[in-house]
Design a protein around this ligand. Structure first.
Ligand code: SAH
Ligand code: SF4
Ligand code: F3S
Length: 446
């Protein structure tokens, strides 16, 4: 019996798909080989932007034909998309061949739901079983901790430290679909890090919608900086990264913990979203340009070689041409190592969705200008690496080249160099010989 898990969205979803796969393998399913029809397909969905939703719905639609040919196929739609108010009902109506619908905090029910679908089918006259549990259970942390995980991103191990979001940025759907913040107990996080290091993982990526809020709902002596310092004490050679940091909550203690640690990478993803104080206010981001600049200055003073990446959104309803110019100005001044750029997409039920919207063509023109500006900076910063020698953790075989592997510098720049599958998970000193936009090429020196 074969399964397929199809993942959309952020790293949180990538990691949760490892749990979905863990549950399926526990039930005896194996990964579906190329060219064979699966017995179970799970769509782990995202609804951050319209494009993410349309992609998932399109692919669910494609399965209609397969389901006709193979009525035993089980289709599950889980995660953020059906967690939105009313969406589970819409999926039921428009895609009646979907068997199971589960929200973000009850994906662990997958095993039981598959068993119920199977037993309902065995009883010939029974109605087809359909579930659409999109509730957010209180005892989520205990359930989650006992869900089997099939890690599939060696040498990196994803570890969730905080679930949910309390921030309610006015454009964002996440607080509605992921619920309020719940931090995992520090001991259980540390145990998981230790277990991963013992199993041979060489990079730990801590996940949360806002990792800087870690511990706010726990006792007063628990904080994200404390967690980082405790992880740093764990023996072994491994790297630590984390995402995402909200600028309003990035403390001096976190910057210091990063700077003094040899394990925590000098790499930070710090989404700015906009360079205009007016837009930031309308977005409910609760920081302004000056605050953001002062964080950048502190980070550079503590770690001169740090790689800082960001998220930027264009076309928020109240963004004027001048506001957009302010964003370009920030991009030129900060010189981000890399930026993920998005066109604002109205999300049903969020405050910004009911404001007057900017025409799509204006948004498109703005993002084109932004990308052009950032690409030039990314390239200039890449060029600065050439000639230098950097420690690289080989993370994967390079997808586009033969006999090459790729990995990242401590600061997060991708480097491609000679090697093969057996080198993945090892550290190499690599001399950078060439650069192309965001990627670097090099030669091993040891
Ligand atoms: N928790 C993270 C972001 C998660 S979503 C944080 O606060 O930084 C990842 C990115 O998607 C956001 O940083 C934002 O740039 C973008 N995004 C969120 N909602 C969006 C929307 N409605 N339209 C377009 N982009 C959006
Ligand atoms: Fe969304 Fe803002 Fe929460 Fe990030 S901090 S998940 S952008 S509401
Ligand atoms: Fe998408 Fe949900 Fe992540 S909406 S970005 S998968 S938290």
């Amino acid at each position: 019996m074969y399964y397929k898990v199809i993942t959309y969205g952020c790293q949180m979803n990538v990691h949760e798909s490892e749990k979905l796969a863990g549950m399926l393998e526990d039930m005896g399913y194996t990964p579906c080989p190329e060219g064979v029809d699966p017995d179970v397909v799970v769509f782990n969905t995202c609804c951050i932007r319209d494009t993410a939703e349309r992609r998932a719905l399109g692919n669910i639609g494609v399965l209609k034909g397969l389901k006709k040919q193979k009525p035993d196929l089980i289709i599950a739609v889980v995660g953020c998309m059906p967690q939105q108010a009313g969406t589970a009902e819409t999926i039921k109506q428009k895609y009646p061949y979907v068997d199971i619908i589960l929200g973000t905090r009850n994906i662990y029910l997958l095993k039981g739901e598959i068993e119920r679908v199977l037993s309902a089918r065995e009883r010939a006259n029974a109605k087809r079983y359909r579930s659409s549990d999109v509730t957010l259970p209180e005892n989520y942390l205990d359930i989650d901790a006992s869900t089997p995980t099939l890690r599939s991103s060696y040498p990196n191990a994803w570890i969730n430290i905080i679930y949910g979001c309390n921030n309610f940025c006015t454009y964002c759907i996440v607080p509605y679909v992921r619920g309020r913040e719940i931090s995992r107990d520090m001991k259980s996080v540390l145990d998981e890090v230790r277990a991963c290091v013992d199993m041979g993982y060489k990079e730990i990526t801590l996940l949360g919608q806002n990792v800087n809020s870690y511990g706010n709902d726990l006792s007063s002596d628990v904080s994200f900086s404390k967690l980082l310092r405790e992880i740093d004490k764990i023996e072994g050679k491994f790297r630590v990264r984390f995402m995402t940091s909200h600028p309003k909550d990035l403390t001096d203690e976190v910057i210091e913990a990063m700077a003094i640690s040899s394990k925590i990478c000098n790499n930070l993803h710090l989404p700015i979203q906009s360079g205009s104080d007016k837009v930031l206010k309308d977005m409910n981001r609760r920081y302004d340009r000056e605050k953001y600049f002062s964080l950048i200055q502190k980070l550079l003073a503590a770690m001169p070689d740090i790689g800082i990446t960001t998220d930027i959104m264009v076309g928020f309803p109240t963004e004027s041409e001048q506001d957009f110019e302010d964003t370009l100005d920030v991009v030129r001044r900060v010189r981000f190592s890399n930026a993920f750029t998005f066109i604002y997409s109205p999300r049903r039920g969020t405050p910004a969705a009911s404001m007057p919207q900017i025409p799509y063509a204006v948004k498109q023109a703005r993002i084109d200008r932004l990308i052009k500006e950032q690409n030039a900076i990314t390239k200039q910063l890449s060029d600065l690496y050439t000639g230098g020698v950097y420690e690289i953790l080989a993370e994967d075989v390079a997808p586009k080249y033969q006999n090459k592997i790729c990995g990242r510098t401590d600061s997060g720049r991708l480097v491609t160099f000679d090697g093969d599958e057996k080198d993945v998970g090892k550290f190499f000193d690599v001399k950078i010989t060439a650069s192309r936009s965001a990627s670097l090429f090099g030669e091993r020196v040891n």
